[in-house]
Design a protein around this ligand. Structure first.
Ligand SMILES: [Zn+2]
Length: 123
């Protein structure tokens, strides 16, 4: 799938060059693929198939910084869930009630599932 999208964007780039566009050393702020300058002077991203406006030419476009803060959010969630896991673990050790034990183990397995999902989202 990934390979196919890659092929299509390369074909689009080739098509642009055939139509007289030139490859610039600028990269798309959204997908960081190389930008083309069309004959009329607009910058074009072949991958996104859209016009790109670069505010200052020759300057590195700002890199998107969303990812680290998203991971930070997951870290906090992970810490909260881990604290709950320890909490439930303590209760499981103390309880003599079978019904309560069942509820606790169910909650524990759901917490562990969530933790696993968070770990996957972080990578
Ligand atoms: Zn792009």
């Amino acid at each position: 799938m990934q390979q196919k999208t890659e092929d299509t964007s390369i074909k689009r780039m080739a098509e642009l060059l055939r139509r007289g566009a030139t490859l610039t050393d600028l990269s798309c702020p959204a997908c960081s693929s190389p930008l083309f300058r069309l004959q009329e002077g607009t910058l074009w991203c072949a991958k996104d198939e859209k016009k790109v406006i670069v505010i200052k030419e020759g300057e590195e476009p700002p890199k998107p910084t969303a990812e680290p803060s998203v991971n930070k959010g997951y870290d906090k969630l992970e810490a909260t869930l881990l604290a709950k896991v320890q909490d439930i673990q303590g209760k499981i050790e103390q309880t003599q009630d079978i019904d309560e034990l069942q509820k606790l183990t169910l909650a524990l397995s759901e917490l562990l599932n969530s933790l696993e999902k968070i770990k996957r989202m972080k990578t």
